[in-house]
Write a protein that binds this ligand. Structure first.
Ligand code: NAP
Ligand code: GDP
Length: 330
C-alpha cells in the first residue's frame, strides 16, 4: 500500500497539503487514493540534519512516496543574517532525505526548491532551464546554493541509480500556518502581523525597504494541489515552476495596501528605506506548468485578495498558537 511521507508536514506548505488531503474527496483529483496513508512529519519525528534520525524515520514509516518540504526557511532578513546556517542545514537535510529515499527504495521523491535559487543577473522571465546559469542574489546565496544542489543530486541519482526524483520551484508562498515572526518571516506574514499590531495597539506600521520590489505570490493551498498533481502526474527529473503567471507580479506597496484592507487598519504606514529591498524582481514563467496541466485541467489559482483574507482571518483566529516569534500568553 502506498505511504506518502511529507517532510516539513507541520509548516506552511505541509499544513496546506494536509488541508487538501483532509478536505478533497477520496479518489478525486487532489484527494488521497483509497488505501493510501499520508504522514505529515515534523522535526519531533526526527531531525533530518542527522543521517541516523532520517533513516529511522524512513524505517518507521516505510514511505513509498516522499514530498520533501522540510527546510530552514525564512524571509529576506533571516536569509541575510544566517547565510552559513542556511547553507549547511539545508545541505544536510536534503542530502539525508535524498540518500534515505534512495537506500530505502522510495518510488518517487519530490523536493521543494524556490524561485530564490535563480541567478540574479539573468534574462526574464525565469524558466526551468536557468537555475544554474549564474550566481544567485547575494542576500540569499546560502539558501540558494543549498537548494540548487538538490537539482544536481536529482540528476545524479537518476543517472547512476535510475531514481525517480524531481523538484518543484514555487514563488513566494503565503497562507494559514505560516511563520508570522516579525523579523524572520517572509513579507506577507511579517506585514500582516505588523499591521495587526498597529491596529490593535495604535503603534506605527512600518514597511521595510522602498516598497518598489516586485514579487509573485502563490496561496499555500493552491500550491498544495499542484504538489498532489505532481505526485500523480509528473515524472520528469527536470524541475517545474509552480507559479501564477509572470504578468501577476505585484509591488511590495501593492501587497501592503491589500494587507491594510484585509486587516482593516485605518491608519497610515511608512517605509523604512534604510532596510534592504533584496532582489528587485524575479518573474517566473508558468508556461511549462500550464502546458503539463493541459487545457482541460480546470485548475484555477485563488484570487490574491481572497487568499489574503483567508490567511489574515486564520492569523487573527489563531494568534495565540501561530508562530509569531513573540512570547505566548501563559
Ligand atoms: P516552514 O513553514 O518554515 O516549515 C518548515 C518545516 O520544516 C516544519 O515542518 C519544520 O518542522 C520542518 N523542519 C525544519 N527543520 C527541520 C529539521 N532539521 N528536521 C526535520 N524537520 C525540519 O516552511 P514552508 O514555508 O512550509 O516551506 C516548505 C518548503 O517550501 C521549503 O522547502 C521551503 O524552502 C520552500 N519554499 C518556501 C517558500 C515560502 O515563501 N515560505 C517559498 C519558496 C519555497 P517543525 O515544525 O518541527 O519545526
Ligand atoms: P524574498 O521574496 O525572498 O526577497 O523574501 P521576502 O518574502 O522576505 O520579501 C522581501 C521583500 O519584501 C523585500 O523587498 C523587503 O524589503 C520587503 N519587505 C517589506 N517589509 C518586510 C518585512 O516586514 N519582512 C520581510 N521579510 N520583507 C519585507
Amino acid at each position: 500500500m502506498a505511504v506518502v511521507l511529507v517532510t516539513g508536514g507541520t509548516g506552511l506548505v505541509g499544513q496546506a497539503l494536509k488541508h487538501v488531503i483532509d478536505t478533497e474527496p477520496e479518489g478525486s483529483k487532489y484527494g488521497k487514493l483509497k488505501g493510501e496513508t499520508w504522514i505529515f512529519a515534523s522535526s519531533a519525528d526526527g531531525d533530518l540534519r542527522d543521517p541516523a534520525q532520517t533513516l529511522a524515520m524512513y524505517e518507521k514509516y516505510k514511505p513509498t512516496h516522499v514530498i520533501h518540504l522540510a527546510a530552514l526557511v525564512g524571509g529576506l532578513f533571516k536569509n541575510m543574517k544566517y547565510k552559513l546556517t542556511f547553507l549547511r542545514e539545508n545541505i544536510l537535510i536534503n542530502d539525508n532525505v535524498l540518500h534515505a529515499s534512495h537506500t530505502q527504495k522510495t518510488t518517487k521523491l519530490i523536493s521543494c526548491l524556490s524561485t530564490c535559487v535563480f541567478p540574479d543577473a539573468v534574462t526574464y522571465p525565469l524558466d526551468e532551464t536557468k537555475i544554474h546559469s549564474g550566481p544567485p542574489h547575494e542576500s540569499n546565496f546560502g539558501y540558494a546554493h543549498a537548494k540548487r544542489m538538490v537539482d544536481v543530486q536529482n540528476h545524479a541519482y537518476k543517472e547512476e541509480f535510475g531514481c525517480n526524483f524531481t523538484s518543484a520551484i514555487p514563488t513566494n508562498i503565503f497562507g494559514p500556518h505560516d511563520n508570522y515572526d516579525l523579523e524572520d518571516a517572509h513579507v506577507i506574514p511579517a506585514l500582516v502581523h505588523k499591521c495587526y499590531l498597529a491596529k490593535q495597539n495604535g503603534t506605527p506600521f512600518i514597511v521595510s525597504g522602498t516598497g518598489k520590489p516586485l514579487r509573485q505570490f502563490i496561496f499555500s493551498r493552491d500550491l498544495a494541489k499542484l504538489f498532489v498533481w505532481m505526485l500523480r502526474d509528473y515524472d520528469d527529473v527536470e524541475p517545474i515552476i509552480l507559479s501564477v503567471g509572470e504578468d501577476e507580479e505585484v509591488s511590495i506597496k501593492q501587497v501592503t495596501d491589500a494587507i491594510v484592507k484585509a486587516v482593516g487598519f485605518k491608519g497610515e504606514y511608512s517605509f523604512d528605506t534604510t532596510r534592504a529591498d533584496g532582489q528587485f524582481r524575479k518573474p517566473a514563467s508558468n508556461k511549462k506548468l500550464l502546458e503539463r496541466l493541459g487545457p482541460n485541467s480546470g485548475f484555477q489559482f485563488t484570487p490574491f485578495e481572497e487568499a489574503l483574507d483567508i490567511s489574515v482571518k486564520w492569523f487573527i483566529e489563531n494568534y495565540d498558537t501561530a508562530r509569531t516569534g513573540m512570547k505566548k500568553k501563559a
